[in-house]
Design a protein. Structure first.
Length: 625
């Protein structure tokens, strides 16, 4: 057993003893009231509950480094489940608004997953480098060490997109993540650009992005900080959610990388001291993402700087970086840790990173890794990780969009054969210089819709995020606009047609398919059609144009069953429609007929037994047919 696991088990054992002996210990706990703890936040299931302890006076640049030389850990239990959660130095406890760099506040965020009484015990140690030492006895105990208490948790009152209505998004041994509260399977669609999303002018320290076109999307009652700052980044997230998107990809550190404008530390040269106020401002943004139903795709480094911390190894700098990210943001419900964009660490290093994160993260958020767009690189990075227990999937970059279906299917199938299916995401489309062009330049996005979006989803992929390219774009006769490419993106409306078509695709999967029970089944459809199937029950067949020159058949297997045939418009969505054939019957291959209109366009055909109704993964995870 490694030291990280020992730390967690030791803390859990201590807490268990505390809970079991609560009546005898109540008198012993009384003197601890001299060390205050404030429990704040909405004390409801899946909501953030914050414990703020009074610790030693400290400052970001102090002789004693409050990030490295103090270690706060808090163990929580309701008598059934236990969590050991790392804490962090929070300056004056209100740094997002005050920009404070010093104070006595040490803090833990916790997301309870059940109603009732939760008890906690704090462990606080002091000593050189104690924060990155896994030994539970490292350093010297200081107040608030040993502080105990409890609080009551009520059911959540949230509804709709808000993640607090659905619970934590977990890997459950399937190719789709699921919400723990409802059991609903998740398929994503969202933004990969700007990757330097956090380089925002209203954060302390500043940044290039202002997102001024999204000022109109800010709503009364939305969060701000520092006297009204942050309105435009909050508005940008509102806009993306209004388009039906549910994910945002962003770097938390790009020192020495493409943007060179995002870091969690007090300066870009620092590695062991963190900017409390800026990171608290990030927390406000991330909390709003929870409320808007947007997954945090946290990319921890990029190719240009993946050797920056400890020369690429898992040393004290990297351990401290991971600890701060987990302590400050691990409570968020829909979060994926990405070990790095276009990652060049060794397989041994990637395994070490993932294992350390898995041990430290009390919620076991999914872990993925991104790599370069070639089959050679996929095999070099992903093949050794197949079946590895601390990694849940690849974050695919694919340079040739026509290969998206093939590559997605390859990793869906290869991972399934190990008994540990990956959730396979398509997170960066090439060519790198082009990506997703603005609607003004590519108003239809046909290739991206057909090959990138539907090609991925029909292969059993877990979802897409759209990257905007690495160079300025523009059409003849119109000045190129730098604000339209990846690092300079200021307005997500420039790709509204792509969001709309993505929303259409996600809607089909969520409303009409029990997609998590269906398997890729291209061999059941003739020609170059793509198919998903729950054989004998329901089929989805994606058909690319042109219709006039081919006839597609679907093999209905050995069953003598009747099926209805319905068509779905992949460009505009809307209701399911009837084509030239309304019914087909098994067994064996049967023609699907032609679509209700526009035979030159792509369509998806829904074939389902007439005696059942498909409702999809939309209500409490109940996939009914």
């Amino acid at each position: 057993m490694d030291d990280g696991r020992r730390l967690r088990r030791a803390a859990c054992a201590t807490l268990t003893a505390t809970v079991l002996l609560a009546p005898a210990l109540s008198s012993l706990a009384a003197p601890r009231s001299a060390v205050p703890v404030v429990v704040s936040g909405e004390r409801k299931v899946w909501h953030r509950v914050t414990l703020t302890f009074e610790g030693p006076q400290a400052r970001e640049d102090g002789e004693t480094n409050p990030f490295l030389d103090y270690r706060l850990t808090v163990a929580f239990s309701n008598g059934v489940k236990s969590y050991v959660v790392p804490g962090f130095f929070a300056a004056d406890g209100n740094a997002a608004d005050t920009s404070a760099t010093s104070g006595r506040s040490f803090r833990v965020h916790f997301a309870p997953d059940a109603p009732g009484s939760w008890r906690f015990t704090a462990f606080f140690r002091s000593g050189p480098g104690v924060a990155t030492d896994d030994s539970p006895t490292a350093g010297t105990p200081l107040p608030p060490d040993g502080v105990t208490g409890s609080f009551e948790v009520a059911p959540s009152d949230k509804q709709g997109r808000d993640h607090r209505a659905r619970g934590r998004l977990d890997y459950v041994g399937e190719r789709y993540l699921r919400f723990a509260g409802t059991g609903e399977a998740f398929v994503k669609g969202g933004a990969d650009s700007p990757e330097n999303f956090l380089a925002y002018a209203d954060f302390d320290g500043g940044g290039r992005h202002r997102y001024e076109p999204h000022a109109r999307d800010f709503r009364p009652g939305d969060p701000t900080w520092g006297g009204g700052r942050g309105r435009t980044i909050i508005g940008a997230l509102n806009y993306l959610a209004s388009q039906g998107m549910n994910s945002v990809y962003f770097l938390t550190m790009n020192v020495g990388g493409d943007g060179k404008d995002v870091w969690p530390w007090t300066t870009p040269e620092e590695r062991q001291r963190f900017d409390c106020s800026k990171l608290d401002q990030w927390e406000i943004v991330f909390s709003h993402m929870d409320a808007q139903g947007l997954l945090l795709h946290v990319v921890q480094q990029e190719q240009e700087n993946d050797q920056l911390l400890d020369g690429g190894a898992l040393g004290p700098e990297r351990r401290l970086y991971y600890r701060e990210l987990i302590a400050r943001y691990g409570h968020h419900l829909a979060l994926v840790w990405n070990l790095g964009e276009e990652n060049t660490n060794t397989d041994a290093e990637r395994r070490a990173f993932a294992s350390y994160i898995r041990e430290l993260d009390p919620y076991a958020h999914p872990i993925v890794v991104h790599t370069f767009p070639s089959r050679k690189e996929y095999d070099r990075v992903y093949e050794p990780l197949l079946g590895f227990q601390s990694l849940e999937g690849p974050s695919l970059q694919i340079g040739d969009v026509s290969r998206v279906h093939e590559e997605t299917l390859r990793w869906v199938e290869r991972s399934a054969r190990t008994g540990r299916p990956w959730f396979v995401s398509f997170d960066e489309v090439g060519p790198a210089a082009i990506g997703v062009q603005p609607d003004a330049d590519d108003p239809r996005h046909d290739a991206l819709r057909q090959h990138g979006l539907w090609g991925h989803l029909m292969a059993g992929g877990a979802g897409v995020e759209w990257y905007f390219g690495s160079t300025e774009v523009g059409v003849e006769g119109r000045e190129k606009q730098r604000i339209w490419w990846d690092l300079e993106t200021e307005d997500w409306r420039t790709r509204e047609a792509m969001w709309r078509q993505t929303h259409v695709a996600l809607g089909f999967f969520r409303q009409h398919l029990p997609f998590s029970r269906m398997q890729p089944a291209d061999g059941l459809a003739s020609g170059d059609a793509w198919a998903l199937a729950q054989p004998g029950e329901i089929y989805a067949v994606y058909l690319r144009p042109p219709w006039a020159t081919r006839r597609t058949e679907l093999d209905l297997g050995p069953w003598e069953r009747k099926y209805e045939v319905l068509w779905y418009d992949t460009r505009r969505g809307g209701e399911l429609r009837k084509g030239t054939l309304e019914r087909i019957s098994g067994p064996g291959p049967k023609p699907l007929g032609a679509p209700p209109s526009d035979p030159e366009q792509d369509w998806v055909v829904l074939v389902r037994r007439v005696s059942v109704t498909a409702t999809g993964d939309t209500s409490g995870g109940e996939e009914r047919q």
